[in-house]
Ligand binder design. Structure first.
Ligand SMILES: Cc1cc2nc3c(=O)[nH]c(=O)nc-3n(C[C@H](O)[C@H](O)[C@H](O)COP(=O)(O)OP(=O)(O)OC[C@H]3O[C@@H](n4cnc5c(N)ncnc54)[C@H](O)[C@@H]3O)c2cc1C
Length: 297
């Protein structure tokens, strides 16, 4: 449980960090960026990562915080989960992200762990990727060669794998505002403060007494977060009625590839996601969604 020896650098600008990253990568050294350390440090202690240089992003001003850019919110990669869970801009325009951040682990982890760190770590059971995918966010990546943007649909590539290349730093995430949409993050766990067995991120726009549009992201239903496209289509035009919503959400498992593990096998997860999707959508449109939980799941 003790990591190998490593050098440590704490740059104070993104340019300085990129210079260090570039020099070390060119020399063939393994480098790791340190955000909140909530995933990286355990991985290093287990010696599943053995970097010779750790570059701490924590001293760079401007990488943390949430700003209103009109149609979007820009969220700095180093914004801690705790800030995400309490920020008034998110409450007004992106409550889904706020709800998901509030379910991450415990207060200690939420104060240290960051939005960007969680997205780059890309754990299939992590709670932030599915809401970000459902919201259609855009990631800004900086390197010594400049800046590029990647859509959320192209960002998550596989287990713990993203589009972030060697020599790149995720600096911010641009998320469209969904002001006035109903939202809910429904996370299913066996015990409190556990990683998601399955979770559903739901955003719903209601117009004229029916669901006009729905955006659903699934957590832990494949090696990457997924959109529940069939259920989204079935929900469009759906009455605000629990039975109709349940029928639409029965499509939530379509095109998913969940794992089997000690928390449940793949078939269990395929059933569970339909129940959790229904609860998430009912809550997002403001209908009662509790009761019969144990019997259903
Ligand atoms: C006990 C415990 C329980 C947890 N439970 C949950 C949970 O229920 N749900 C959940 O979603 N998460 C959970 N987590 C994980 C938590 O969300 C972490 O905060 C997150 O996975 C990593 O964020 P971090 O800021 O700590 O990143 P780090 O651990 O510092 O970094 C993670 C990885 O991302 C890379 N990285 C970090 N920032 C950047 C960047 N800006 N650009 C490029 N690469 C970068 C690092 O190099 C590293 O490879 C838990 C963690 C712990 C310790």
């Amino acid at each position: 449980m003790i990591p190998s020896a490593f050098d440590y650098a704490a740059p104070t600008t993104v340019q300085e960090a990129l210079g260090l990253l570039d020099a070390a990568s060119s020399a063939g050294d393994e480098v790791k960026l340190l955000a909140g350390g909530q995933s990286l440090i355990p991985v290093m202690k287990l010696r599943m990562a053995d970097p010779s240089l750790v570059i701490d992003l924590g001293r760079i001003p401007g990488l943390s915080g949430i700003t209103d850019d009109g149609a979007h919110l820009t969220i700095g990669a180093m914004t801690p989960h705790h800030v995400m869970a309490t920020d008034p801009l998110l409450a007004a325009h992106l409550p889904l992200l706020q709800m998901a951040a509030a379910t991450v682990a415990d207060p200690q982890v939420r104060h240290r762990g960051t939005f960007g760190g969680a997205l780059v770590h890309a754990d299939p059971a992590g709670d932030m990727p599915a809401p970000v995918l459902a919201a259609g966010a855009t990631f800004t990546l900086s390197s010594a060669n400049g800046t590029r943007t990647v859509d959320a649909a192209d960002f998550f590539r596989g287990y713990f794998t993203t589009a972030v290349g060697e020599g790149e730093i995720l600096t911010s995430i641009l998320v469209p505002k969904y002001t006035g949409w109903g939202a809910h993050y429904e996370k299913f766990t066996r015990v409190s403060q556990q990683w998601s067995i399955v979770a559903v991120a739901a955003m719903v726009r209601v117009e004229g007494g029916v669901i006009a549009e729905a955006r659903l992201g699934l957590t832990n239903m494949a090696s990457t977060p997924l959109r529940a496209s069939s259920a989204e289509q079935a929900l469009a035009g759906c009455a605000l009625d629990a039975d109709a919503i349940a029928v639409a959400c029965s499509h939530a498992a379509d095109a998913t590839e969940p794992v089997s593990d000690l928390n449940g096998d793949a078939d269990y997860r395929r059933h569970l996601v339909t129940v959790i999707a229904k609860r998430a959508v009912l809550a997002a449109v403001g209908l009662p969604h509790t009761g019969m939980r144990l019997a259903e799941a």
